[in-house]
Design a protein around this ligand. Structure first.
Ligand SMILES: Cc1cc2nc3c(=O)[nH]c(=O)nc-3n(C[C@H](O)[C@H](O)[C@H](O)COP(=O)(O)OP(=O)(O)OC[C@H]3O[C@@H](n4cnc5c(N)ncnc54)[C@H](O)[C@@H]3O)c2cc1C
Length: 317
C-alpha cells in the first residue's frame, strides 16, 4: 500500500540471492520510518517464500512463464503487482536481470528509477538514495519526493535482514498477459566451469596490472601455491589474457568474500573494490602510497612486489 517498500526477490535455480535479504533488511528499516510494511514480490518459485526472513509479507506469483527469467514475463508480472499494491518504493538488485526489470518497470509504472544505488535513507516524507555515477567514481544523492520510485541496488550495499521468522505468504493471481507472450525461455547457457571457483576460496592472491607481464605471474603463482590459494586478478590482467576471465574480481567479474585477500599491483579502482571490499582481511602491496586500495586494506606495504613476493614464498617454504 501507499507507504510500503516492495522488494523483488532475486533467485536462480532454486537459490535465493544474498541481495534479496540485504534489500529486505533495508526495506524493513525504511518501512519503519515511513509507516509502511516491507513486502517481497516472489515471482516463479513460491517454495522460496519460507527463506525470506525479516519481511512483513511475501507476495508469490506462480505461472509456468515465470519459472525461468524472461524480461517480458517478469516485467508484466512485476508491473501487475506494483499496480495493485502501489508501494512507495520498489527495490530491485542491480544485477543484469534487475537492470532489465528496473528500466521496464520505470517506463510501465511511470516512476523515476535510480540505478546503482548504494545508500538509502528516509528523511521526513522523502527517501534519499545515494547512487554511483561514472562507474563509481562519483556518488550522487537523489531525492525521491514523489509518491513512487524504484531503486536498483548494488549487491553488498546493506547488511542482510536480521531474520525474525518466516512472513506470511499471499498468492497473487497472475495477470492474463502471461498467457499471451511473444518470448519464451529456451535454455540457460552457463559459462565453462572448468576453472577454479574463486568465490569459494578462503585465501586469494590477486594480481593487477602492476605485475607487468604474463611471465611475471610465475613468481606470484609460486606464492599462491605455498599459501594453498588460487590466483585472482583485476580486469586488465584478464583482458590481456594472462589469466582466464573466471579469475576476474569486480564489477564485471566475480564478487568474492575470502578470509584473506592479498593484492599485488592493484590500484583499487571502484570497479575492483566492488568485488572484494567484503573480504575479512585485505592486505595490499602497491608502490604508490596514494593508491586507493590502501583505503580499504587492513594492512599494506609500498614495497615493490618483485622484492616482496619471492621473499614471502621463501619464508613460507
Ligand atoms: C564498466 C566497467 C567495469 C569494470 N569492471 C572491472 C572489474 O570487474 N574488475 C576490475 O578489476 N576492474 C574493472 N574495471 C576497470 C577498473 O576501472 C580499473 O581500470 C582496473 O581495476 C585497474 O586495474 P589495476 O588496479 O590492476 O591496474 P592499475 O589501475 O593500472 O593499477 C596498477 C597498480 O600497480 C601498482 N604497481 C606498479 N608496479 C608495481 C610494483 N612493482 N609493485 C607493487 N605495485 C606496483 C601501481 O602503483 C598501480 O597502482 C571496470 C571498468 C569499467 C568502466
Amino acid at each position: 500500500m501507499a507507504n510500503d517498500i516492495l522488494v523483488l526477490a532475486d533467485h536462480l535455480r532454486g537459490q535465493l540471492s544474498d541481495t534479496t535479504l540485504e534489500l529486505v533488511g533495508k526495506a524493513k528499516e525504511l518501512a519503519g520510518a515511513t509507516g509502511g510494511q516491507a513486502v517481497v514480490a516472489l515471482l516463479g518459485d513460491p517454495g522460496l517464500a519460507g527463506q525470506i526472513a525479516g519481511a512483513d509479507a511475501v507476495l508469490t506469483m506462480d505461472h509456468p512463464a515465470l519459472a525461468d527469467y524472461t524480461p517480458e514475463a517478469w516485467d508484466r508480472a512485476l508491473l501487475h503487482i506494483v499496480n495493485e499494491r502501489q508501494p512507495r518504493l520498489v527495490l530491485i538488485g542491480n544485477s543484469t536481470i534487475g537492470m532489465d526489470l528496473g528500466a521496464g518497470l520505470s517506463a510501465g509504472w511511470n516512476a523515476p528509477l535510480v540505478a546503482y544505488t548504494v545508500g538509502l535513507a528516509a528523511e521526513g516524507a522523502e527517501i534519499v538514495a545515494t547512487a554511483q555515477v561514472y562507474g563509481g567514481k562519483l556518488l550522487a544523492e537523489v531525492v525521491l519526493s514523489g509518491e513512487r520510485g524504484i531503486c536498483t541496488v548494488v549487491a553488498g550495499s546493506f547488511p542482510a535482514a536480521a531474520g525474525g521468522g518466516s512472513p506470511a505468504a499471499e498468492a497473487v493471481a497472475p495477470p492474463a498477459g502471461l498467457d499471451d507472450l511473444r518470448t519464451s525461455f529456451l535454455t540457460l547457457v552457463e559459462p565453462d566451469s572448468g576453472d577454479v571457483d574463486i568465490t569459494a576460496a578462503e585465501i586469494l592472491v590477486s594480481v593487477g596490472r602492476g605485475i607487468g607481464s604474463q611471465d611475471n605471474l610465475d613468481d606470484v603463482q609460486e606464492l599462491a601455491d605455498a599459501l594453498g590459494a588460487p590466483l585472482s586478478a583485476s580486469r586488465p590482467v584478464t583482458d590481456a589474457g594472462w589469466l582466464p576471465k573466471t579469475r576476474q574480481v569486480g564489477k564485471s567479474g566475480l564478487k568474492v568474500k575470502p578470509k584473506v585477500y592479498l593484492t599485488f599491483g592493484i590500484s583499487g579502482a571502484p570497479e575492483h573494490l566492488e568485488g572484494m571490499r567484503d573480504a575479512e582481511l585485505i592486505i595490499a602491496c602497491n608502490t604508490d602510497a596514494n593508491a586507493p586500495i590502501f583505503d580499504v586494506a587492513h594492512y599494506g606495504t609500498t614495497l615493490d612486489l618483485f622484492d616482496l613476493v619471492p621473499a614471502m614464498t621463501e619464508t613460507l617454504g
